[in-house]
Ligand binder design. Structure first.
Ligand SMILES: [Fe+2]
Length: 266
């Protein structure tokens, strides 16, 4: 069995602790389980578009994807929420669990440290300035793949596939939006979760992620799947929101085209 297959089996054994007698996960955890699979799948897609990575790099990236949210299961089990501010920082806790659960013991120490570091920062506002440079590629990869998978999840969720308030981050689904949130989004800045007053504010805040992707192949995937266009379609009519989408698309196209092999002909 290769290292990733062993890691996946260990991950599945951990998740099994949260299944009921019939093998079913609570709805919110099933969504997280699927999210992990999607982050793994997206990681492979990004790697395929970025020719510079070796099979060894790819293994590290896939392990980061597999373990990035491993603490979500105990977070929901103990606190019935995915809100870090009322439970624990799930990036820190996922990183700690890799050691606590003795995951991938066969992985060399340096590779293990890389996975743990990348998992720790996957959910932070930014990668810390003193982050080890040898681990940066992995951290950037898991942050990109996670964002793209979350965008897919949100699109599915608001298109009617889900109704669990835990995934809605407990914001009310009221009409309209908060003007200051739209202005922040238009200026290309990050919207702070605690400033959001409704679901539409949350959707507007997602556009900042178009500034925070690292790899040209990540931008290509966002454009190919029209992730931001589909988020925009979930918001009310507004010229300003149209401008927000236009800026996001221009930004993403510039990042994608910075890799000559991904560049689209005009
Ligand atoms: Fe996460």
């Amino acid at each position: 069995m290769d290292i990733f297959t062993q890691a996946q089996a260990a991950f599945d054994r951990h998740v099994a602790k949260f299944r009921d007698a019939s093998g079913t996960l609570p709805f919110a955890l099933e969504a997280k389980f699927k999210h992990t699979g999607e982050v793994c799948e997206i990681t492979e897609k990004i790697v395929a578009g970025e020719a510079r990575f070796s099979p060894h790099d790819t293994l590290i990236f896939r392990l980061c994807a597999l373990f990035h949210d491993i603490s979500r299961f105990e977070q929901y089990d103990k606190f019935r929420t995915f809100l870090d501010r009322v439970s624990f920082d799930h990036g820190d806790r996922s990183a700690a669990l890799i050691d606590e659960l003795g995951l991938v013991p066969e992985l060399p120490a340096e590779d293990r440290a890389c996975v743990i570091d990348a998992v720790r920062v996957h959910n932070k506002f930014a990668i810390p300035a003193d982050f080890p440079s040898a681990h940066l590629d992995a951290a950037k990869m898991v942050r990109d793949a996670d964002k793209l998978a979350i965008l897919r999840l949100i699109i599915r969720f608001f298109s009617g596939d889900y109704s669990d308030p835990t995934i809605r981050l407990d914001l009310p689904d009221t009409p309209g939006w908060t003007p200051s949130i739209l202005e922040t989004a238009l200026s290309g800045k990050c919207v702070v979760y605690t400033d959001m007053k409704c679901i539409n504010d949350f959707k507007l805040g997602l556009f900042a992620w178009s500034c925070d992707l690292n790899y040209p192949a990540s931008a290509a995937l966002a454009l190919d799947e029209d992730l931001f266009g589909r988020i925009r379609a979930l918001l009310p009519e507004s010229d300003k929101i149209d401008s927000l989408l236009k800026s996001a698309r221009i930004r993403l196209a510039a990042l994608r085209d910075s890799n000559p092999s991904l560049r689209q002909n005009p």
